[in-house]
Design a protein around this ligand. Structure first.
Ligand SMILES: Nc1ncnc2c1ncn2[C@@H]1O[C@H](COP(=O)(O)OS(=O)(=O)O)[C@@H](OP(=O)(O)O)[C@H]1O
Ligand SMILES: Nc1ncnc2c1ncn2[C@@H]1O[C@H](COP(=O)(O)OP(=O)(O)O)[C@@H](O)[C@H]1O
Length: 412
């Protein structure tokens, strides 16, 4: 019996899916099996000997029930169905098989410029085409106009828009198109959601394949973007405190917030653990699943604040290392910095303080899954700062966090 399941691929996989469906990855029509991906890695060829530079795969956790013969509806993060994958192989943590589109995908900015290879080939039919794939601005158009003239070719700008920087690349391509038009070159433009590959040679070869699918007879790779991160005092920053209940997270986090507001110069979002649990995470308990969801929600809000250059302070227990790492990745993905502060006050001292009487209750077995007593706290191995508040006044603990922020240039 064929069963139908659901899955939401990650951003890179969704970008690959779009290219599979649009024909930009011709002759590929689906995701590769792990054997096919290895063959591509080892020999640079598909099973039939066709050259192909990069694995195009879809990860599916081992405990996902889809088996060969089943169908999986692939959805975007907002839940819109994009395609159906008919599973032909499940090994190596992957799901392989052909994909079929389900309606037209929804796009964000510059949706009207997401032309398919067939549309572009039709527009430029019968012409020599010089395709220029770009991930950053084209400062010097001389080489492009000279090559196009020599080949008597139309220019096809293919901004490779993926991730946060995507819209900026498309804006750069639109500018270049205007300047090329002024110089009299016939110019077309299509946005291609091709995520960069780590190895430059692989990336270049894949760009060439995609350009060819769009009808290119020649391909020029635009310069790599030079990303100069802004100065630290303008970059987003998340200061994420973690530690046992009673270790001093809230006290130090509040002190830091107040010190920053007194200095001025940065907008501060303070996500207090208790306030979060009353609003954002109301209804969640203290199972591993609920704690993880709580921390992901905090991370999401903090990353949104940091995306726009804000400084966010969070102070939950956050007992699990993997979840803290997820939050670090979420924050770094929006181009902001992440500072993990381990408030490493030992359990004995937290229990001695027992500010809310919770440790006594936990010892008496009245609170199940209490961190440090009957639930784990995974000590961070990746803390950027460690502060033990056992024997220091609050002001010193606050300075221990504020000083590195000033030293690092995040706060002036
Ligand atoms: N079972 C159990 N374990 C740990 N803590 C408990 C529990 N039940 C209630 N509380 C109270 O909830 C506060 C911790 O909530 P957090 O949101 O920071 O926890 S977590 O990060 O989701 O693990 C924590 O507050 P703080 O003392 O400010 O850390 C406790 O007061
Ligand atoms: N150096 C210090 N830094 C922070 N808290 C301290 C310090 N010394 C003593 N404390 C006391 O420890 C307790 C910490 O509680 P709290 O900040 O609510 O911890 P958490 O948010 O980690 O549960 C407070 O009663 C605070 O006054």
């Amino acid at each position: 019996m064929t069963a139908t399941f659901e899955w939401t691929p990650d951003a890179r996989e969704l970008a690959d899916l779009e290219l599979l469906l649009s024909g930009a990855y011709h002759p590929l029509t689906g995701f590769m099996s792990s054997a096919e991906a290895h063959a591509v890695d080892d020999h640079g060829t598909l099973a039939d000997g066709t050259r192909w530079p990069a694995p195009v795969t879809l990860s599916l956790p081992g405990d996902h029930p889809a088996a060969p013969g089943d169908r999986v509806t692939l959805r975007d993060p907002e839940g819109a169905p994009l395609a159906v994958l008919t599973v032909t192989d499940r090994s190596g943590g992957l799901a392989a098989g052909p994909v079929e589109a389900l309606g037209a995908p929804e796009h964000g900015p510059f949706a009207r410029l997401r032309l398919s290879p067939a549309e572009v080939r039709k527009e430029l039919a019968g012409r020599e085409v010089l395709a220029v794939t770009m991930r950053g601005p084209l400062d010097d158009l001389g080489e492009i106009t000279a090559t196009a003239e020599e080949l008597e070719a139309a220019v096809l700008l293919l901004p490779l828009a993926f991730g946060e920087g995507g819209p900026a690349v498309v804006r750069a391509a639109l500018k270049a198109r205007d300047r090329l038009a002024e110089s009299g070159a016939e110019t077309a433009l299509a946005v291609v959601p091709l995520a960069p590959r780590q190895e430059q040679a692989v990336d270049l070869e894949l760009r060439e394949h995609v350009a060819e699918a769009y009808g290119a007879t020649e391909h020029l790779a635009g310069p790599e973007p030079v990303t100069l991160p802004g100065p630290p005092h303008r970059r987003g920053l998340v200061v994420f405190f973690t530690g046992l209940s009673g270790s001093g997270k809230s006290t130090v986090a509040r002190g830091l917030r107040d010190a920053l507001l007194e200095r001025g110069g940065r907008t501060v979002t303070y996500l207090d653990g208790d306030v979060v649990r009353h609003l954002l995470s109301a209804g969640l308990g203290f199972s591993r699943e609920d704690r993880d969801l709580n921390i992901r929600r905090i991370g999401f809000v903090a990353a949104e604040a940091a995306r726009h250059g804000g400084l966010a302070i969070c102070a939950p227990i956050a007992p699990y290392a993997a979840t803290r790492e997820e939050v670090r990745a979420m924050v770094e993905a929006v181009g902001a910095d992440f500072l993990l502060v381990h408030v490493a006050t030992p359990l004995a001292e937290c229990e001695r303080r027992d500010r809310k009487g919770l440790y006594a209750k936990a010892r008496a077995g009245l609170i199940p899954e209490f961190t440090g007593i009957s639930a784990p706290y995974e000590e961070p191995e990746d803390a950027d700062l460690v502060v033990d508040t056992t024997a220091i006044p609050v002001e010193r603990a606050v300075d221990a966090v504020l000083d590195p922020l000033v030293q690092g240039g995040w706060v002036r």
